[in-house]
Unconditional design. Structure first.
Length: 183
């Protein structure tokens, strides 16, 4: 039976929140600053919840020129910032029968490129613009998706690591887990 390890991205595999850096990409772009700044203000004032905020930022971000190239470059920068001590922890729970899965609330728009660099499958927040459908991969949604894609009768839930309290249920589903806290 194959084993799975689930690794959180933000403030776990990376020493920071990648979505905040993603937003900075658009704040530095004259084409999108005027659209992103009001969303940030609404979020800061708690007039816009996390999920609709992410959805609207992604929608606006996708309108910049060469978006996919920008996302590839962005993911290369993220890859360079990966915390090797976390990779070492993950590797200590990994053997030839293990699938490491990058699991994050961050947008698939750049996570897909990062996961290619890691050579891991990924589970990430997704936006289908045509159908105006957004899946925010957060908390319980992570657990539901992992159970759907990697059913417990076919996979052994070996190891999970995250920094977030919202992933507590996810961590409890695994034989080994680590609630990671940066010092």
């Amino acid at each position: 039976m194959k084993k799975i390890n689930v690794i959180d991205l933000d403030s776990t595999l990376l020493p920071y929140d990648s979505f905040r850096k993603y937003i900075l990409v658009f704040l530095r772009n004259k084409q999108s600053t005027v659209h992103i700044l009001p969303l940030m203000i609404l979020r800061k004032l708690k007039l816009l919840d996390s999920s609709p905020f992410k959805k609207r930022v992604i929608e606006r971000g996708r309108k910049i020129d060469n978006y996919n190239d920008v996302m590839k470059e962005f993911s290369n920068r993220l890859f360079a910032d990966i915390d090797n001590s976390i990779i070492e922890i993950v590797e200590s729970y990994t053997d030839s029968d293990t699938i490491n899965i990058l699991c994050t609330a961050s947008p698939e728009d750049y996570v897909k490129y990062l996961s290619e660099l890691l050579r891991w499958p990924h589970i990430a927040s997704q936006l289908d613009s045509e159908q105006n459908y957004f899946v925010h991969m957060h908390g319980q949604k992570k657990v539901e998706t992992i159970r759907k894609l990697y059913p417990e009768d076919r996979f052994r839930y070996n190891f999970a690591i995250s920094d977030s309290q919202s992933d507590e249920v996810l961590l409890m589903a695994f034989e080994n887990s680590l609630m990671y806290r940066r010092s």
